[in-house]
Design a protein around this ligand. Structure first.
Ligand SMILES: Nc1nc2c(ncn2[C@@H]2O[C@H](COP(=O)(O)OP(=O)(O)O)[C@@H](O)[C@H]2O)c(=O)[nH]1
Ligand SMILES: [Mg+2]
Length: 347
């Protein structure tokens, strides 16, 4: 603090001096009026002010250099960063968030789940309680569909997706389960005529399971084949793997499915697919085809399952099946939200 005495011929003059030296922040401690003559008589009036200021303000004329400004901005950024990291450290669910993201749950989805959880639990809840609540939220989030009961009519189901995700194998698993266990009439159609091996693969499965298989080359032939098998309970249509980037191939697939008018179109994705790729695949296929179910394959080939939740939330359609290995017909399960929540958050 600095204290100083200002003297002027009037109060205004003294205050002007004070402001010029100390600026507007000064505090007046004492004022005194007097005359300059002997014994204070007859002289001109004088005003004395004693004022104090905490810190001397920078003179208004002083300019701030761009280097100073940069240094100040840098400091501000550092302080902001520090505050942000302190906020994170004090956020009670930070470690759960990190666990979810480490398990490949998309950061946005992780935040969404934890925001939901924070509405249910006090921040002081023990971790086990938080994980249990989070599992409940994940399980509630994932919509699944019960297996078809195939009581009446013919259900036509097409499987689409990228190459090698397991479409043909999954069709064989479903066909075998419905034929051998549920005793339903099933037939298989394939338009995967790009690779001879692909048709042969399904032919072999059809022979082993004992179901008819039709190989079709045109949308028109697909229509005819469907007509021929309309006495069946379930018709499964296998398709060639398509890249979401190949517009021509997708248009071709669309022409077949426009003809077939299936009751359900299942998008098949592998659990080993990176979330970003899975989202691109979903966008590419959904742009041309009426996707209404999701199947996730190869759960046995990964140990982080966040992708299932990400793909499910991005598509916004129920999860039908998950597959867990190469063996036909056993390595397939009707999707169970609780099991998926256990996989994502540790069983
Ligand atoms: N590990 C594992 N492999 C699978 C699974 N489903 C399919 N496969 C394998 O993935 C490969 C491609 O399968 P395929 O059905 O031909 O895929 P498509 O091109 O989509 O028809 C084959 O070797 C299958 O045995 C699964 O759930 N787990
Ligand atoms: Mg195939």
């Amino acid at each position: 603090m600095r204290v100083k005495r200002f003297v002027g011929n009037s109060m205004q003059e003294a205050i002007a001096q004070l402001k010029a030296t100390f600026g507007d922040e000064a505090v007046i401690l004492h004022t005194k009026r007097s005359r300059r003559g002997p014994f204070g008589l007859f002289g001109r009036p004088r005003v004395e002010i004693i004022a104090a200021v905490d810190v001397l303000p920078t003179p208004k004329t002083a300019s701030v250099s761009s280097d100073d400004l940069k240094a100040l901005q840098q400091e501000l950024r550092e302080v902001k960063g520090l505050l942000a990291s302190q906020n994170k450290e004090t956020w009670p669910w930070q470690s759960l968030y990190e666990e979810l993201v480490a398990g490949e749950v998309d950061p946005e989805n992780a935040q969404y789940l934890l925001d939901k959880m924070a509405q249910m639990l006090p921040p002081s809840s023990p971790p086990e309680e938080a994980i249990a609540a989070l599992k409940g939220i994940v399980a509630e989030e994932i919509q699944v569909v019960p297996p078809w009961d195939l009581a009446e009519g013919t259900r036509v189901v097409a499987l689409v997706g990228p190459t090698g995700v397991g479409k043909t194998t999954t069709i064989a698993k479903i066909a075998a389960n419905y034929t051998l266990l549920a005793r339903r009439r099933v037939s298989l159609l394939t338009m995967d005529t790009y690779r001879i091996a692909a048709t042969e693969q399904l032919k072999t499965y059809a022979e082993i399971i004992g179901v008819p298989l039709e190989v079709v080359f045109t949308p028109h032939a697909l229509g005819e084949a469907l007509d021929k098998h309309k006495h069946c309970d379930l018709i499964l249509i296998d398709t060639a793997g398509r890249s979401q980037h190949n517009k021509m191939h997708l248009a071709e697939l669309k022409a077949f499915l426009d003809q077939a008018q299936p009751d359900e179109v299942h998008l098949v994705l592998s659990a080993t697919t990176k979330t970003r790729d899975a989202m691109e695949i979903i966008d590419g296929f959904a742009a041309v085809l009426p996707l209404n179910r999701l199947i996730i394959t190869k759960l046995d080939e990964t140990s982080s399952y966040g992708m299932i939740l990400n793909a499910y939330r991005h598509l916004g359609q129920p999860l039908a099946y998950v597959t867990t290995g190469q063996s036909v017909p056993e390595d397939i399960e009707v999707a169970d939200p609780n099991k998926i929540a256990d996989l994502i958050l540790g069983g």
